[in-house]
Design a protein around this ligand. Structure first.
Ligand code: ADP
Length: 280
């Protein structure tokens, strides 16, 4: 090629190259700015989270301190009705603190990928039964009916039994917490396309606004749908923990709800076929 033509071509290419580079830099800058915004938001949420968790700790701690002071000063005495009640209150608050700490530890273990899962083939029907049995007392105490029903059969799932029970307990516990007395909480399961089981926890409670449905599973997110009479709040980590546990098991979790018309929490697990049933 003649030199002039070659030089013109080179110039043209380098200009094009420059424009391309500039465009790339602009895009990268925008992505960086976006990532920065996300980080700032997360940082803000984390600060709010620390404030609210500290508050969650403070309330039961104050109560325990007061109870112990009453007992220590002899204002109330153990073995007498009032004293026993004060001790009961202190014990309940201690249990609550323990649950909060368990949540925090579980969450940090999951985040760091340090939680061990002991997966074995489990009878799902059996696990649902156990979950309902363990929660029935709490439901009854609040005047709620709690039951589980499902098709005949015992689907097998590859799961860490304790962790799967933790997910169910958390969903049922929430259902109880956000359902006024007289309501119902129900667990059901169904087989989907032969290879997946769907577990559903439904309640007739206060429901969740559409815009909150997805974010209630995010870490540190709490929805201020305070139900009158529920002075006990959690850490807002229960669903984030449940989501991670379900995902480790190869499943998905989501919520369906309308304010005032109850909620339905659904999660899936890969199904390993049916368990052999002795004597059937
Ligand atoms: P928390 O410890 O605050 O209950 P979760 O992660 O378990 O944290 O739940 C997050 C939020 O989702 C709750 O604070 C509540 O606002 C909402 N939520 C969860 N389950 C239900 C339900 N069954 N009915 C209505 N709202 C619910």
């Amino acid at each position: 090629l003649p030199r002039v033509v070659r030089e013109t071509l080179e110039k043209y290419h380098s200009r094009k190259e420059k424009a391309k580079l500039e465009q790339e830099i602009r895009m990268k800058n925008e992505a960086l700015e976006h990532a920065n915004q996300e980080l700032r938001k997360l940082d803000q949420l984390k600060s709010e989270f620390i404030a609210s968790v500290s508050h969650e700790f403070r309330t039961p701690l104050n109560s325990i301190q007061e109870s112990l002071a009453l007992l220590g000063d002899g204002v109330v005495k153990l073995g007498e009705a009032k004293g026993n009640r004060v001790l009961d209150i202190a014990m309940n608050n201690l249990n609550r603190l323990k649950l909060l700490i368990d949540d925090l530890l579980d969450f940090s273990k999951l985040e760091a990928g340090r939680m061990r899962f002991d997966k074995q083939t489990q009878d799902l029907a059996d696990i649902l039964n156990e979950a309902v049995d363990s929660m029935r007392g709490i439901a009854q105490k609040k005047g709620l009916s709690l039951q589980w029903e499902g098709p005949a059969g015992h689907p097998g799932v590859l799961a860490d039994r304790t962790r799967l029970l933790q997910v169910l307990t958390n969903l049922v516990d929430n259902a109880i917490k956000f359902t006024p007395p007289g309501g119902q909480v129900r667990i059901t399961w169904a087989l989907e396309q032969d290879h997946e089981v769907k577990v559903m926890v439904s309640d007739s409670g206060i429901g969740i606004a559409k815009e909150d449905l997805a974010r209630i599973f995010d870490k540190f997110e709490q929805v201020r749908n305070q139900m009158p009479g529920t002075e006990l709040r959690g850490t807002g980590l229960g669903l984030a923990i449940s989501k991670q546990i379900v995902e480790v098991h190869g499943g998905r979790i989501w919520a369906e709800s309308e304010p005032g018309r109850g909620s339905r929490f659904v999660f899936t697990l890969p199904c390993e076929g049916y368990m052999p049933q002795e004597g059937k």
